[in-house]
Design a protein around this ligand. Structure first.
Ligand code: TRP
Ligand code: ZN
Length: 878
């Protein structure tokens, strides 16, 4: 904690130094107690810096009971202790030493959910990034890798299950009746991958035979009563293990792999070696209790954490500035996996939607940073959409530039060269370069450049010469004076009048219908000759680079791509661009779809997709959904939340009414006929519910009743939630009945209740602010549980732009009051809530003043955490 007068220190990448000492082995004994938990640590260390005269260990929120060096107890005058560090003099002549340190903690009072804490009566840990220093004094940095042996001692009737990393080596009952369990992890690891769990948990077990024939025991631990909700997680794990063997040649390396689901968790999940700890949201599911989107989330997070075993654990980060080394790469791998398991196009659309929704605004605002940040105050603030999602796009671009085969060669070399090491992103890129033989010198700039590049495109066709030219100009408003062009892969195709792909008539890709070009100059032209007529170009197919495209294209051109492009991603994207343009024009003119018909090129392309029975239904659903309010907002100089909402709503109503008969037919088809062409049932549900929402948008009460019938008659949570969300914006007895019924039926299941809070938090009806305030008083609401907090406050601040930005400023106040409370109890989560206020520059002056006022209030809080300080300060001043 610091106050605003004493500003917290900034840590810089350029100051990185190797550790003075390395820790080779750790023997931890953790004696769990209801009042205090005692941690005895024996470390063996080796000198790494010949000159160093002292050893400085990290430790926070700890009570130090004793220290001994080389088996000699040290009296307090022999060391220096502050609230963050413990320093011990060590003469340079001493090359090796042992330390015995005894500390005490109170896990039951740990509301920050970092280090050792309690959730639903069970002990668990979260050590990334710097939680281990809340357990014992240590060199808590990822380039210190040690072999751990962990003994857990406690009441065996309260905590029959006691887990840590690696393999179980002993389980005994002590003379005093306590249970003692010993775990040994043979793989050296940084402290952030340490984990410990103890509780009365149920276990679901399975096994996996690795490609080399070893049997791995797979265990998922959950609170009792949830055993029947682990099947999908287990299946996802087995698929991920197999996929990593086939796609990357990576086998699992211990005899046991464990997953524990906990209800109180700051993020999604954590890849601790051999003992992943998960937010229960990403484990527990049955069709009855979880939506199709929840199922997809579980599949991808289970895979993500599993993939970290190689990209993160075997090869880890040298320091936290390298975070994207493991996160960007592992997100890329989980995206690839999900694309292989499901519809690749639908997966890609979802990935890009997430990037644009969360990362683009971050990269355009005061918290913009390169995927490899150069400095930070609090590392927890850098687990960002940029490091994760843009980081994944950077890896994807390398994959696109190298091609599948060379990329694999590069990855093989990376694993071979760096297994067991803590490395930098530079070492990663070098390995990919060396393994593939492709030069990535210019490409490296992506790692250090903040901001989303903007690419202006112009085209021309020379009828005399039959040449078609495209001209590209790169710009980046965040890169400042030292803007240097980036190496941008451009996947491109040309279409003829019918929408058929044209084979390139000349040049390096002669005969191909799609190719990856490299944009490396600030301005660069690509010319095709030998074309009979002007082609329609399809640029950045599959979103081949995380850029914004500025291209003058008329409605006809976009509608053509929306109707015809062979690349499904671009087809979807053209539809989104077209719809955005239409809505933006209406906003500019002060009209909505109530006043005039939607343009006919859009309507005919829309019909074309609606009528096409061969498309994947999940794709159809995405293509027929208008861009979100926040997508449209990103394209405005000054965001007008009310006008955007009104325009989008009116367009939805118009599309509902215009195609009412078709929507009813689609609804029937999807509800009654099984999914065609081996599509999963989830695709049908998605399209059916898209139809339902358009029908509700007509405003006809019949369709409210249809939603209610669906809600009451359905056997799965996807359809129930879709029926509820379809009605959430309206004020009507049917809505109230359904929300009451839902709570009544599902109040025992926290994950289902979270959805109930979210749907109401995001509802855009005039009572929204009063509704949110009332929900904060609901007996089921608590600030202590991150999922519950996100489901109400997070959903409101990020998912309800109209009322969060209410002119009264009440929306902003709700958020800043919550931040002030959480600052004291869970600063990590508090800091994550600041970002929406940091977008103030995008709004009108009245709202700007209100938002800045709340940020100032936050900065004036007494005992402001470093986490919140950094976010609020940058949001206000950057
Ligand atoms: N490394 C984890 C992942 O990406 C995420 C993580 C980082 C985390 N810090 C955390 C999870 C703190 C929970 C709490 O999978
Ligand atoms: Zn991760």
């Amino acid at each position: 904690m610091s106050t605003t007068t004493a500003q917290p220190a900034t840590i810089h990448l350029k100051d990185y130094k190797e550790p003075d000492f390395r820790i080779e082995t750790v023997h931890l004994t953790v004696e769990l107690g209801e009042e205090t938990t005692l941690i005895t640590s024996r470390l063996t260390l080796k000198r790494n810096n010949a000159q160093a005269e002292k050893l400085t260990l990290n430790g926070e929120h700890l009570k130090l009971l004793s220290v001994a060096m080389n088996d000699k107890p040290l009296t307090p005058d022999k060391y220096e202790l502050s609230d963050k560090l413990l320093s011990l003099p060590v003469p340079p002549s001493q090359k090796e030493l042992t330390l015995d340190i005894v500390t005490e903690t109170r896990p039951q009072d740990n509301t920050a959910l970092e280090g050792l804490y309690k959730s639903s009566g069970n002990f668990c840990t979260q050590c990334e990034a710097q939680g281990f220093r809340r357990i014992t004094y240590f060199l808590d940095r990822p380039d210190v890798m040690a072999v751990y042996t962990t003994i857990i001692i406690g009441d065996g009737s309260r905590y029959p299950v006691m887990l840590s990393n690696g393999n179980l080596t002993e389980k005994v009952t002590l003379d005093d009746g306590r249970q003692s369990v010993t775990w040994h992890d043979p793989h050296p690891k940084p402290a952030y991958l340490f984990a410990l769990v103890a509780g009365d948990l149920a276990c679901v077990e399975d096994s996996f035979k690795t490609r080399s024939g070893r049997d791995v025991k797979l265990q998922i631990f959950v609170e009792k009563g949830n055993e029947d909700k682990c099947e999908h997680a287990m299946l996802s794990l087995k698929k991920a293990m197999k996929w990593d063997e086939e796609k990357y040649g990576r086998e699992y390396d211990l005899d046991i792999f464990m997953i524990v689901a906990v209800s109180d968790f700051n993020m999604g999940a954590m890849e601790n070696k051999g003992l992943n700890v998960f937010n229960s949201k990403y484990v527990l599911a049955s069709p009855e209790t979880a939506t199709d989107a929840d199922f997809d989330g579980i599949e991808s997070v289970i895979a993500h954490e599993y993939f970290h075993n190689w990209t993160g654990n075997r090869i880890t980060c040298r320091d936290w500035f390298q975070l994207t080394l493991k996160e960007g790469l592992t997100v890329f791998r989980d995206q690839q996996f999900s694309a292989d398991m499901n519809s690749a196009a639908v997966q890609r659309i979802g990935d890009v939607q997430r990037l644009r929704a969360a990362q683009f605004p971050e990269d355009a605002g005061p918290l913009a940073h390169p995927i490899q940040p150069q400095s930070y105050v609090e590392i927890n603030n850098f687990y960002t959409a940029t490091v994760y999602e843009k980081g994944a796009e950077v890896i994807r671009m390398i994959h696109t530039l190298l091609g599948e085969e060379k990329f694999r060669k590069g990855m093989d070399l990376y694993f071979e060269r760096h297994d067991g090491q803590a490395v930098t992103t530079e070492e990663f890129v070098s390995a990919l370069e060396d393994g593939s033989g492709v030069n990535l010198t210019q490409f490296r700039r992506w790692y250090i450049t903040p901001g989303t590049p903007e690419i202006t495109v112009s085209e021309s066709f020379d009828e005399k010469r039959n040449t078609y030219s495209l001209s590209f100009t790169q710009k980046n408003t965040k890169a400042g004076d030292d803007f240097k062009p980036l190496h941008i892969p451009l996947k491109l195709g040309l279409l003829d009048d019918e929408g058929k792909s044209i084979a390139f008539p000349d040049g390096p890709f002669k005969g191909e219908t799609e190719a990856v070009f490299s944009l490396t100059e600030e301005t660069q032209d690509i010319t095709f000759s030998g074309l009979a007529s002007r082609p329609q170009s399809s640029l950045f197919r599959g979103f081949s680079a995380p850029v914004k495209i500025r291209q003058e294209m008329d409605d006809g051109g976009l509608a053509f791509l929306f109707a015809k492009d062979e690349d499904l991603f671009n087809r979807w994207d053209a539809g989104q661009r077209l719809a955005s343009n239409i809505l933006l024009k209406q906003i500019e003119n002060g009209t909505t779809a109530e006043d005039a018909d939607l343009p006919s090129p859009f309507l005919s392309a829309f019909t074309n997709i609606l009528d096409d029975k061969n498309l994947d239904r999940a794709f159809t659903a995405s293509a027929l959904t208008l861009p979100g309010e926040q997508d449209i907002a990103q394209k405005m100089q000054v965001v007008e939340v009310d006008a955007i909402h009104a325009a989008r709503d009116a367009a939805r109503r118009k599309l509902g009414l215009t195609f009412e008969e078709k929507w009813r037919q689609v609804y029937e088809d999807c509800a009654n006929a099984p999914s065609p062409n081996n599509q999963p049932e989830s695709s049908s549900r998605r399209l059916k519910n898209t139809a339902l929402h358009y029908l509700i948008a007509t405003g006809r009460e019949d369709y409210y009743t249809l939603a209610k019938t669906q809600y009451l008659g359905s056997d799965n949570m996807t359809d129930r939630v879709a029926a509820l969300s379809g009605l959430s914006d309206i004020t009507h007895a049917i809505r109230d009945e359904m929300f009451a019924d839902y709570y009544q039926k599902w109040q025992q299941d926290p994950l289902i209740v979270d959805k109930w809070f979210s749907l109401q938090a995001m509802a855009t009806r005039p009572t929204a602010i009063a509704d949110v305030k009332a929900l904060m008083q609901h007996p089921a609401f608590t600030l202590k549980n991150p999922n519950r907090l996100r489901s109400l406050i997070g959903a409101f601040a990020s998912g309800n732009p109209v009322y969060f930005h209410d002119k009264s400023g009440d929306g902003y106040r709700i958020l800043s009051d919550v931040i002030a409370e959480l600052n004291k109890t869970n600063p990590q989560i508090a800091a994550r809530l600041v970002a929406p206020l940091g977008q103030w520059r995008r709004y009108d002056t009245d709202r700007q003043e209100l938002m800045k006022g709340e940020l100032e209030k936050i900065l004036n809080l007494s005992e402001l955490s470093d986490h919140v300080y950094e976010m609020a300060n940058k949001s206000l001043h950057n």
